[in-house]
Design a protein around this ligand. Sequence first.
Ligand SMILES: Cc1cc2nc3c(=O)[nH]c(=O)nc-3n(C[C@H](O)[C@H](O)[C@H](O)COP(=O)(O)OP(=O)(O)OC[C@H]3O[C@@H](n4cnc5c(N)ncnc54)[C@H](O)[C@@H]3O)c2cc1C
Length: 485
Amino acid sequence: MLRSILVKTGENALVFPQQIKITNSCRVNVSLIKTRYRATSGALAEVGIQDESLSTDYTKIRVFAKKETKELMRSWLVLKLSSMRFIVNNSDSLITVGRKILPKQSFEKLMNLTFFKQFVIGENITNSLDVVDLMKTNGIRPMLCVPTETKIGLSELERELEYQSNYDIIKECCDGTAHVDPSGFAQAKITAMCDKELLIEMNKYLLEHEANHREPGDWSVERISAYLSKGEIGKIIMEDLSEENNGKLQDLFIKLDDLAKTCKDLDVRLMLDAEQTYIQAALGYVILVLQAKYNKDKPIVYNTYQCYRKDTLDRVKADLNLSSRLNFQIAGKLVRGAYMIEERQLAESAGVCDPINDTYNDTNKSYHSVVDLLLPLVVKNKTGVMVASHNEDTVDYVMKKMDEHGISKENPLLCFGQLYGMCDHVSYFLGMNGYQILKSAPYGLIDDCLLYLARRAHENHSVMERTVLERSLIKKELLRRVAST
Ligand SMILES: Cc1cc2nc3c(=O)[nH]c(=O)nc-3n(C[C@H](O)[C@H](O)[C@H](O)COP(=O)(O)OP(=O)(O)OC[C@H]3O[C@@H](n4cnc5c(N)ncnc54)[C@H](O)[C@@H]3O)c2cc1C
């Protein structure tokens, strides 16, 4: 109940009340929301904590002890700017104006010193290695990803070339992952590699089967995955699709099959993103087909489950039923979901039922119910889960559940995920305490990353608005350093 109310903090930002615990200006009884954790004593001693147990009161832990001063100053500034609604809402226009009024070099230097350095690990894998090493010394692993935003206004031919080049760089990302984080994850968006119109068309036939998987004849996952397993992609032909779209679908399966095989051979995992409901049934479908081939013994291909949808628990259950019938494992990244405003607008304009939960609290319940469903399967080595959230309460919840189920922190089938440059206090805390924590770590040229950063800023505006805790911890660490000089 408490959490569903928004409060205004002293910094004039709207925050969710789980953050009240850290806001000095809010007089809230911290002990009410304290949880106690087990923690590793070595890492704690380094940051000045002698006790064997820890509380979630991050203000008592020097999470940023190992961060360089200039890095802390940059983070504070960028997080402050990113918490301002005007900047987030107008990020695309601000980038355009910046480009126009500043010489190219100055603009790039400014971006490089601020947003780019904060949210992107480097221009390519080789020159990101220092950042990767630094993350690793703090117990944090990189989940490499290449920003592959679809550009607007391209011709048909240019788009096809773009899909091919995106596929090539995603494949490089899989190779790179094997080098920087053996058995780690390479992250990719399916829409970077195929025509969205194909997915929209497929979605029409698949949407009603998302929560039962009674796909009719042609579309049966069993049938299509059998073709994939036998290397007979040319036989994947759907009567419902035009010849052109069947060609595009076969092309997509060729690309995805090759990426999954590459990951399997390299012993890394392929993490595939979730997107809007109008294409998600199609995305979920091709992922299940891949999982039926590649996830026989252990999870290689990971789906993403957006818990802000009303039907998420039913969809996960349906995927589980199908996987036990066809004898493979599902696996997934659990997120709340990034396209809430767009989904609500689309539903309203189409006059259909809003697919998104009515309240934030319902989304939290949905998220935790999927955790409850999947964690017992992690214990039995029957699924893989990434808890991808910046929400401190969700992280608390999962750590508690891991304890209850006896899931060790080292278990490769359960890890936490956050975005590079965001929510570092939680990431560093998890890393210091031996949990598997991965940061989605984009790399690429500034020009290619700016569109991605603008999208991320929109998607995560609620998280960026509530960076009060992180900024206060940074400030505290900086003041401590000034005082000790
Ligand atoms: C590693 C990683 C990978 C990600 N990959 C994807 C991906 O593939 N696809 C994707 O869609 N997103 C993805 N996201 C983004 C994610 O879905 C969230 O947008 C983001 O993480 C904020 O959620 P939170 O749990 O971190 O924080 P919180 O602030 O606790 O949650 C905010 C989220 O709660 C939900 N919410 C807020 N208000 C309401 C309301 N009134 N009613 C219902 N729900 C509400 C929304 O989903 C909102 O984004 C990813 C995030 C991470 C960390």
